[in-house]
Design a protein around this ligand. Sequence first.
Ligand SMILES: [Zn+2]
Length: 673
Amino acid sequence: MYKRIHLFFFLLGLGGSVYSQDNSLVNTSNSTHAKLQPVNMNAVVWTSGFWGERMQVCKDSMVPNLWRTYTDANVSHAYKNFEIAAGKDTGSHSGPPFHDGDFYKLLEGVAKLYAVTKDKKLETMMDTAIATIAACQRPDGYIHTPVLIEERKQTNKERAFADRLNFETYNLGHLMTAGCVHYRVTGKKTLLNVAIKAADYLDAFYKRSSPELARNAICPSHYMGVVEMYRTTKDPKYLQLAINLINIRGLVENGTDDNQDRIPFRQQKVAMGHAVRANYLYAGVADVYAETGDDSLMDCLHSIWDDVVYRKMYVTGGCGALYDGVSPYGTSYKPPYIQKTHQAYGRAYQLPNMTAHNETCANIGNLLWNWRMLLLSGDAKYADVVELELYNAILSGISLDGNNFFYTNPLSASADFPYTLRWAGGRIPYISLSNCCPPNTVRTMTQVSDYAYTTSDKGVWVHMYGGNKLSTQLEKGGEVELSQQSNYPWDGAVKFTVNKAPASAFSLFLRIPGWCKKADLKVNGKPVTLKAKAAQYEELNRTWKAGDVIELNLSMPVTLIESNPLVEETRNQMAVKRGPIVYCLESTDLPKGTNVFDIAIPVKNDLKPVMTTISKSKIATLQGTGLLQPKTDWSKALYKEVRATETPIKITMVPYYAWGNRGKSDMTVWVRK
Ligand SMILES: [Zn+2]
């Protein structure tokens, strides 16, 4: 009903916001096929606990530090490229072709941080940068600094969309998302107007040369971007553009599995190729489904989701097992037509640990995709993946102090490994060839609060637990204010206090995580029998009033995880989880010279959580007794007789996301049984 009301006011020319959720990160408030609507970007504030601490690091360190990096031409040329393209400086383009997109991601992160802090300094940073970006845009809307700089110099060396590896559409997609976010947060149209001109350019370019544009859909952030432009401007041509962009994927000559364009999207039933490109594609397709309800798209997304989650995703949520490989799919596998893939999903159950690529951007792509699937369905299985990514495969990508980054996220590391992997250098402040991950990770950290709650026509849905405050409007009217107190994920006790509620009844949907076998619930001290099982939402419908208290207790024992036996690399090994957190063994916590791969953990073990601090961050380690194999010299040996004697050894496991914060180390997630 509210959708019709919104349309009514819009047609009256009142425009703007009737229903307040219009200022959310992903705005599904008018999406016919979305069940849930995200809350506004300033509706949730982390007040304490795990994400409260991360947000503090975000404010104090992540955002200002990365801004310094991107505006210091001696380190990163990203902003300098815009200044040169705008004629404010002279020189040449430097850095990867997707540098513009990296800067837009950072700008989006700054805008989101501004939404909750209203820090004037952030506003000034954005205003200055946006003025430069706007100044370099071509009158026809095209914007891509490598080409614009050459045009300014009249060298004729670069032209628009000449090379698919120029990442123009990727950059434009991030510009559109950043433009929408900046507008929703600040009410200013400065960046949105640049994005509108760019989207119009893309639309006109599509009409002139759609196969050429199809070929340029590398890492298609622009599917998400174009749909969000439709949601912001309500101009139907953008939705039509998004639909067309997906339809033309099959038109690419000599398309590849690596780029998910060898066959039309509607024929794709498994995850293939470059994992960032794949997950961005799936997220964009989910956005199109939200607006169109095209089942032929959703059928593919369901099938591909099963393939990822049941066959190709790491226990940490990592996506993209292979640095390099060949596609096992289609006729392309017949020699001599074998297609190379890189940074890619491998075969089903092909999940190596030490050489796992798992680019942080791919893991973020999986978050973006699963969040959209959750919005469409309200199915908690997608929220489980959202949570897994945020606490493990994404958080591992940034150091605890917020200043250093991983590009790849392997599940084990060893100084003895004889290959030098391209990106195995520990955490570093700037990844010169591929700095796509740091701004993606930082913007995601600023946005974690956007994944905590949604609303539906029935009420408020809680997806994430932690110390925070929610202040939002219900779709059927009325304001709701909740405060949440919890030491989650170190403790499963969560307490909600209702601070404000409308007079009429509404439902609170509490997520019971997929990993949780036992939960207790009390409302105002009285036990409530839970109807929901793991990976479902418990619906509490009543007339709430200020002062009501809801207490949820999620049982969170140490859990041992084994993999499907078809995963050769982890057969007969175990991973250790507690709640949503995956743990690892790090050589830093073992006596000098002890090999992490010589430790076994008994199935019946005494691992217990013990709070500690690493790099000023509070962390629950798991401490207990492992079994140590006798030290063995493996030089000039590939096979040896099994060693029979194991001796007890005190071990400490740290959360996977926290590894590599205390200097170089060996590490393993999977341990011997
Ligand atoms: Zn990346």
